[in-house]
Write a protein that binds this ligand. Structure first.
Ligand code: E4P
Length: 218
């Protein structure tokens, strides 16, 4: 299973990268806004800054909603760095844009996915990555992990190569459940990745080992 970090915060991206377990980055316009990045030039520079930290796919989202706009923006984003993946929303124009990018060899991440039907369509269009938003599914009293299982089954039935990138992760347990359900990737806040480290018995055991070592050493 691959781990992506879901943030535009350079310090957090660097911290996750230093752990040695980071495979990529996802961003979205809200995450960019959270970091105070505004203006087209600053946004583009920020994507390059991220690419200079992590050697792996970096999702950069288009903000156009029409096919022509998505194509223009996506081509500009893809030209920034070889690791850029163009993030495209799950809409009719988005599907057409994914098909276009796929035919040009430009990698895509189909975002704002909430159903298996949408996942099927994105794979048919040739999306490189698919982002089901499991946290937001859970928030609306549906089952985000069940959605991952359903998409896994469908993709395996037909041998689709689109990678399932579980997004909108809220907790470390979401990551574990996504791994059980067969997601290819989880994109997570740093807190959820670090949360995987935690177990009280690890802390208690380590404290005991150090105390015993000190006794023997005198
Ligand atoms: C990542 O690709 C998504 O944009 C992100 O995970 C959405 O997360 P949220 O539901 O916490 O905003």
């Amino acid at each position: 299973m691959k781990f992506f970090i879901d943030t535009a915060n350079l310090a957090q991206i660097a911290e996750a990268n230093d752990l040695g377990v980071l495979d990529g980055v996802t961003t979205n316009p809200s995450l960019m806004m959270k970091e105070g990045i505004s203006g087209r030039d600053n946004v583009l520079k920020h994507y390059v800054d991220i690419c200079n930290i992590v050697d792996g796919p970096v999702s950069a989202e288009v903000i156009s909603v029409d096919f022509a706009g998505m194509v223009k923006e996506g081509e500009q984003l893809a030209a920034l760095h070889h690791n850029i993946v163009v993030k495209v929303p799950m809409t009719k124009d988005g599907i057409k844009a994914i098909k276009y990018f796929s035919s040009k060899g430009i990698k895509t991440n189909c975002t704002l996915v909430f159903s298996a039907g949408q996942a099927l369509l994105a794979a048919k269009a040739g999306a490189t990555f698919l982002s089901p938003f499991i946290g937001r599914v859970d928030d609306s009293c549906w089952d985000g992990i069940e959605l991952i299982s359903q998409i896994r089954l469908i993709y395996d039935n037909y041998g689709f190569n689109t990678e399932i990138l579980a997004a909108s992760i809220r907790t470390p347990m979401h990551i574990v459940k996504c791994a059980e359900a067969g997601a290819d990737i989880a994109t997570c806040p740093l807190s959820s990745i670090l949360g995987l480290l935690k177990h009280p018995l690890t802390d208690i055991g380590l404290e005991q080992f150090i105390a015993d070592y000190k006794k023997v050493e005198g």
